[in-house]
Design a protein around this ligand. Structure first.
Ligand code: PYC
Length: 413
């Protein structure tokens, strides 16, 4: 053990900088209250402070820091979407991610791996080609590749023609990456806190005071606080919290399960996704295979794990990587995915004045953390919705202006 670490462990003073201060009382009022201390809420707080000098901000969470969907995803970052609105939006996120560790001076374990979306049918090949063309048109590095090239970059994949779903080709997206999800949240939290933002975990929002259609205060289990503006960023509990503010959303909440294996030596560099087999997998820096499949087949507010999910996922994994049959599974978990009818997020204004929403992240929220935080901070600070997120307004559902995003999830919805 390095001497410095031993000295630190035995010290009574703990001389290192504390990440976050001890819990303190809530102030009677804040300019902005952010409901939800996950990646998105923390990122919005960070950019409010850093870019708009708005620091009289409280971030509230009923649980612990980033313990919801931020802790329950598979940490894939990509911008190979299908709609121009989606590609533009996620491309800004990837760019922000690429420099985030430098900006924070904090290791996010950001690792660019390349991302394959395998095609096993003619229809999937057509969609892959379509996505590649939209991506290239918008300056995003993606292309359609064929079996020889896939086998060259990822020799571990089972490329046999003699299987149920032979691999015909893939959409290859060079900038596809993974990062350490809780480091992203901690980096944002530390940056926001250093600039004066208060983060109150174990502080549950129980209601809102709304007069003449405008939010004035937030009720919590620790008392009521006045507020200038509210930003709701509570993936998984979106409809419940919006219900407290008195409006409805076109959202269904569905569990999404995932799991990791025991760590093994590095053998899988790229991120592999198969829509037909309902699998996505990457190998973490620790050597674990981090993997998941499609959402559960019904709506539910629950984060339990099921044997059905595991059996189905492993069956499909074995078709792609038959040699992993003897690996042991370490952990399994679930998050709650807020699914919109068009598989695009909801960002911006709500029917309540000064109450903004960041929601509808289905199975694609982690990769949007920086861009959503940045653009929601701009929305809250200026009261104007930036062009980049305007297509994702809640009122698109009243105008029949949905953003149908077939590249939204890695696998079936
Ligand atoms: O959108 O890349 C993705 C994804 C991976 C796992 C769930 N969604």
């Amino acid at each position: 053990m390095p001497f410095g670490l031993l000295k630190y462990a035995l010290s009574k003073q703990y001389p290192g900088e504390r990440h976050f201060p001890a819990r303190k009382e809530l102030r009677p009022s804040y300019d902005v209250v952010i409901v939800g201390a996950g990646g998105h809420g923390l990122a919005a707080a960070y950019y409010l402070a850093r870019e708009w000098n708005i620091t009289n901000v409280a971030v509230l969470d009923k649980g612990y820091l980033a313990g919801g969907n931020t802790a329950r995803n598979t940490a894939i970052i990509r911008s190979n979407y299908l709609t121009p609105e989606g590609v533009r939006f996620y491309d800004e996120s990837v760019r922000l991610y690429q420099d985030l560790a430098n900006e924070f001076d904090y290791n996010l374990m950001y690792s660019e791996r390349g991302h394959f979306t395998l095609a096993h049918t003619d229809a999937a090949m057509r969609t892959a080609r379509w996505r590649a063309e939209v991506n290239k048109h918008m300056g995003v590095k993606s292309e359609l590749v064929y079996p020889d090239e896939i086998a060259r970059i990822c020799p571990q994949l089972n490329m046999s023609r003699d299987v149920r779903y032979p691999i015909l080709g893939a959409l290859y997206h060079y900038p596809g990456a993974i990062a350490r999800h809780d480091a992203v949240a901690w980096g944002y939290a530390r940056g926001a806190h250093r600039r004066g933002v208060e983060i109150h975990t174990h502080t549950e929002v129980t209601g809102f005071e709304i007069d003449n259609g405008r939010v004035n205060a937030v009720r919590t289990n620790r008392g009521t606080i006045k507020c200038g503006k509210v930003l709701q960023a509570v993936a998984g509990m979106t409809s419940v919290v919006a219900g407290m503010a008195g409006f409805k959303l076109p959202i269904r909440t569905i569990p999404l399960q995932a799991c990791v294996t025991e760590p093994v030596k590095p053998f899988l560099d790229p991120i592999i996704v198969s829509g037909s087999l309902h699998v996505y997998v990457s190998q973490s820096a620790r050597g674990e295979l981090v993997m998941g499949g499609s959402v559960d087949p019904y709506s539910l507010y629950n984060t339990r794990s099921t044997l059905d999910f595991k059996e189905e996922l492993i069956m499909h994994m074995l078709e792609l990587f038959p040699f992993i049959g003897r690996m042991r599974m370490l952990r399994q978990w679930a998050g709650m995915a807020d699914m919109t009818p068009d598989f695009s997020p909801v960002m911006g204004e709500t029917p309540v004045q000064n109450y903004y929403i960041d929601a509808g992240w289905g199975t694609w929220g982690f990769k949007a953390t920086p861009v959503c935080g940045k653009r929601m901070a701009e929305t809250v600070a200026t009261g104007k919705v930036p062009d980049l997120i305007a297509p994702f307004a809640l009122e698109r559902f009243y105008r029949f202006a949905q953003v149908g995003e077939k590249g939204a999830a890695s696998v079936g919805h």
